[in-house]
Design a protein around this ligand. Structure first.
Ligand code: GRF
Length: 196
Protein backbone atom coordinates (compact mmCIF):
# COMPACT_ATOMS: atom_id res chain seq x y z
CA UNK A 1 0.00 0.00 0.00
CA UNK A 2 1.22 3.49 -0.81
CA UNK A 3 2.21 5.65 2.13
CA UNK A 4 -0.28 8.33 3.10
CA UNK A 5 1.06 11.73 2.02
CA UNK A 6 1.17 14.26 4.83
CA UNK A 7 0.74 17.88 3.83
CA UNK A 8 1.60 21.01 5.81
CA UNK A 9 -0.22 24.19 4.81
CA UNK A 10 1.67 27.45 5.43
CA UNK A 11 -0.24 30.71 5.81
CA UNK A 12 -0.06 34.20 7.26
CA UNK A 13 -3.64 35.39 7.64
CA UNK A 14 -7.21 34.46 7.00
CA UNK A 15 -6.68 30.87 5.88
CA UNK A 16 -9.85 30.34 3.85
CA UNK A 17 -7.91 28.33 1.24
CA UNK A 18 -6.30 26.27 4.01
CA UNK A 19 -9.76 25.47 5.35
CA UNK A 20 -11.17 24.63 1.92
CA UNK A 21 -8.21 22.32 1.15
CA UNK A 22 -8.56 20.62 4.55
CA UNK A 23 -12.26 20.01 4.02
CA UNK A 24 -11.63 18.66 0.51
CA UNK A 25 -9.14 16.08 1.77
CA UNK A 26 -10.95 15.25 5.03
CA UNK A 27 -12.75 12.23 3.60
CA UNK A 28 -10.16 11.20 0.99
CA UNK A 29 -7.70 8.41 1.47
CA UNK A 30 -4.00 8.78 0.77
CA UNK A 31 -3.61 12.50 1.50
CA UNK A 32 -3.84 14.06 4.92
CA UNK A 33 -3.59 17.71 5.95
CA UNK A 34 -1.34 17.04 8.92
CA UNK A 35 -0.65 20.57 10.16
CA UNK A 36 -0.94 24.27 9.55
CA UNK A 37 2.22 26.37 9.92
CA UNK A 38 1.60 30.05 10.58
CA UNK A 39 4.00 32.98 10.83
CA UNK A 40 1.67 35.47 12.55
CA UNK A 41 0.46 35.02 16.11
CA UNK A 42 -2.89 36.67 15.37
CA UNK A 43 -3.65 34.88 12.07
CA UNK A 44 -7.29 33.77 11.85
CA UNK A 45 -5.94 30.57 10.32
CA UNK A 46 -5.04 29.46 13.88
CA UNK A 47 -8.72 29.61 14.85
CA UNK A 48 -9.65 27.66 11.74
CA UNK A 49 -7.12 24.94 12.64
CA UNK A 50 -8.73 24.60 16.08
CA UNK A 51 -12.19 24.28 14.58
CA UNK A 52 -10.99 21.71 12.06
CA UNK A 53 -9.04 19.72 14.68
CA UNK A 54 -5.80 20.18 12.76
CA UNK A 55 -2.51 20.76 14.61
CA UNK A 56 -1.14 24.27 14.13
CA UNK A 57 2.25 25.76 14.97
CA UNK A 58 3.34 29.39 14.93
CA UNK A 59 6.94 30.15 13.96
CA UNK A 60 8.50 33.60 13.97
CA UNK A 61 11.09 35.19 11.72
CA UNK A 62 14.01 33.87 13.73
CA UNK A 63 12.66 30.30 13.58
CA UNK A 64 12.32 30.50 9.82
CA UNK A 65 15.54 32.25 8.85
CA UNK A 66 18.12 31.49 11.56
CA UNK A 67 17.28 28.00 12.81
CA UNK A 68 16.12 24.58 11.66
CA UNK A 69 13.07 24.75 13.92
CA UNK A 70 10.61 24.64 11.03
CA UNK A 71 12.26 21.76 9.14
CA UNK A 72 12.68 19.88 12.43
CA UNK A 73 8.97 20.29 13.10
CA UNK A 74 8.05 19.20 9.54
CA UNK A 75 10.21 16.09 9.93
CA UNK A 76 8.70 15.36 13.34
CA UNK A 77 5.24 15.55 11.72
CA UNK A 78 6.43 13.29 8.86
CA UNK A 79 5.50 15.96 6.27
CA UNK A 80 5.97 14.99 2.60
CA UNK A 81 4.60 18.05 0.84
CA UNK A 82 4.10 21.75 1.59
CA UNK A 83 1.31 24.01 0.35
CA UNK A 84 1.61 27.79 0.64
CA UNK A 85 -1.82 29.40 0.87
CA UNK A 86 -1.54 33.09 1.63
CA UNK A 87 1.97 32.72 3.08
CA UNK A 88 3.74 36.06 2.75
CA UNK A 89 7.41 35.29 3.40
CA UNK A 90 10.07 33.83 1.14
CA UNK A 91 10.62 30.14 1.84
CA UNK A 92 14.13 29.75 3.27
CA UNK A 93 16.78 27.58 1.65
CA UNK A 94 16.71 24.80 4.26
CA UNK A 95 13.00 24.17 3.63
CA UNK A 96 13.44 24.34 -0.18
CA UNK A 97 16.24 21.79 0.02
CA UNK A 98 14.23 19.46 2.23
CA UNK A 99 11.24 19.56 -0.17
CA UNK A 100 12.54 19.85 -3.76
CA UNK A 101 9.56 20.25 -6.14
CA UNK A 102 7.37 19.45 -3.19
CA UNK A 103 6.24 22.98 -2.37
CA UNK A 104 3.45 24.74 -4.25
CA UNK A 105 2.01 28.24 -3.93
CA UNK A 106 -1.12 29.92 -5.17
CA UNK A 107 -0.93 33.48 -6.50
CA UNK A 108 -4.09 35.51 -7.11
CA UNK A 109 -3.18 36.75 -10.61
CA UNK A 110 -1.98 35.47 -13.96
CA UNK A 111 1.78 35.28 -13.41
CA UNK A 112 4.17 36.57 -14.65
CA UNK A 113 1.78 39.53 -14.50
CA UNK A 114 1.24 41.11 -11.09
CA UNK A 115 3.80 39.04 -9.20
CA UNK A 116 6.91 39.68 -7.14
CA UNK A 117 7.66 41.51 -3.92
CA UNK A 118 4.80 43.66 -2.62
CA UNK A 119 2.30 41.97 -4.93
CA UNK A 120 0.12 40.19 -2.40
CA UNK A 121 -3.44 40.34 -1.14
CA UNK A 122 -5.46 43.39 -2.14
CA UNK A 123 -2.39 45.10 -3.69
CA UNK A 124 -2.60 42.62 -6.55
CA UNK A 125 -6.30 43.15 -7.21
CA UNK A 126 -6.03 46.94 -6.90
CA UNK A 127 -3.18 47.00 -9.44
CA UNK A 128 -5.18 44.83 -11.86
CA UNK A 129 -8.22 47.13 -11.54
CA UNK A 130 -6.10 50.31 -11.81
CA UNK A 131 -4.63 49.00 -15.07
CA UNK A 132 -8.14 48.36 -16.43
CA UNK A 133 -7.38 44.73 -17.24
CA UNK A 134 -10.23 42.75 -18.75
CA UNK A 135 -9.25 39.49 -17.12
CA UNK A 136 -7.34 38.14 -14.17
CA UNK A 137 -7.03 34.73 -12.59
CA UNK A 138 -4.99 32.40 -10.45
CA UNK A 139 -1.60 30.75 -10.84
CA UNK A 140 -0.50 27.63 -8.99
CA UNK A 141 3.25 27.13 -9.22
CA UNK A 142 6.21 25.34 -7.71
CA UNK A 143 8.13 27.44 -5.21
CA UNK A 144 11.75 28.46 -5.55
CA UNK A 145 13.97 31.02 -3.86
CA UNK A 146 12.27 34.03 -5.51
CA UNK A 147 8.78 35.43 -5.08
CA UNK A 148 6.31 34.02 -7.62
CA UNK A 149 8.87 32.71 -10.13
CA UNK A 150 8.77 28.91 -9.89
CA UNK A 151 7.41 26.76 -12.73
CA UNK A 152 3.70 27.27 -13.39
CA UNK A 153 1.55 24.18 -12.86
CA UNK A 154 -1.91 25.58 -13.55
CA UNK A 155 -3.75 28.80 -14.38
CA UNK A 156 -7.44 29.66 -14.52
CA UNK A 157 -8.98 32.96 -15.67
CA UNK A 158 -11.95 35.11 -14.82
CA UNK A 159 -13.41 38.12 -16.59
CA UNK A 160 -13.37 41.56 -15.06
CA UNK A 161 -16.58 43.57 -15.49
CA UNK A 162 -16.42 47.37 -15.88
CA UNK A 163 -17.95 47.80 -12.42
CA UNK A 164 -15.65 45.35 -10.65
CA UNK A 165 -13.61 46.73 -7.76
CA UNK A 166 -10.57 45.24 -6.06
CA UNK A 167 -12.99 43.74 -3.51
CA UNK A 168 -15.34 42.10 -6.01
CA UNK A 169 -12.38 40.85 -8.02
CA UNK A 170 -10.90 39.33 -4.84
CA UNK A 171 -14.17 37.44 -4.32
CA UNK A 172 -14.11 36.09 -7.88
CA UNK A 173 -10.50 35.02 -7.45
CA UNK A 174 -11.21 33.28 -4.16
CA UNK A 175 -13.98 31.24 -5.80
CA UNK A 176 -11.53 30.15 -8.51
CA UNK A 177 -9.00 29.24 -5.84
CA UNK A 178 -11.49 27.16 -3.85
CA UNK A 179 -12.54 25.33 -7.00
CA UNK A 180 -9.10 24.49 -8.37
CA UNK A 181 -6.43 24.53 -5.66
CA UNK A 182 -7.41 21.28 -3.87
CA UNK A 183 -7.78 19.42 -7.18
CA UNK A 184 -4.41 20.62 -8.48
CA UNK A 185 -2.73 19.63 -5.19
CA UNK A 186 -4.29 16.18 -5.52
CA UNK A 187 -2.91 15.86 -9.06
CA UNK A 188 0.60 17.05 -8.19
CA UNK A 189 0.80 14.73 -5.19
CA UNK A 190 -0.56 11.89 -7.35
CA UNK A 191 2.18 12.45 -9.96
CA UNK A 192 4.76 12.47 -7.22
CA UNK A 193 3.61 9.08 -5.98
CA UNK A 194 3.74 7.59 -9.48
CA UNK A 195 7.21 8.92 -10.19
CA UNK A 196 8.67 7.49 -6.99
C1 GRF B 1 -5.30 34.12 -1.69
O1 GRF B 1 -5.96 34.98 -2.59
C2 GRF B 1 -4.03 33.59 -2.28
O2 GRF B 1 -4.03 33.51 -3.65
C3 GRF B 1 -3.03 34.62 -1.86
O3 GRF B 1 -3.45 35.07 -0.60
C4 GRF B 1 -4.85 34.87 -0.46
C5 GRF B 1 -5.05 34.09 0.79
O4 GRF B 1 -6.38 34.03 1.18
N1 GRF B 1 -1.70 34.07 -1.94
P1 GRF B 1 -6.81 33.05 2.34
O5 GRF B 1 -5.87 33.31 3.52
O6 GRF B 1 -6.66 31.66 1.85
O7 GRF B 1 -8.21 33.39 2.69
Amino acid sequence: MEKEINIAIFGSGNGSNAQRISEYFADKEGIKIATFVVNKKDAYMIERAKNLGIPCRVFGRNDFYNTNNVTDYLKEMDIDFVVLAGFLWLVPENILQTYPRRIVNIHPALLPLYGGKGMYGMNVHQAVIDNKEQESGITIHFVDEKYDEGTTIFQAKCNIAPDDTAETLAQKIHLLEYEHFPVVIEQVVGNLQHNN
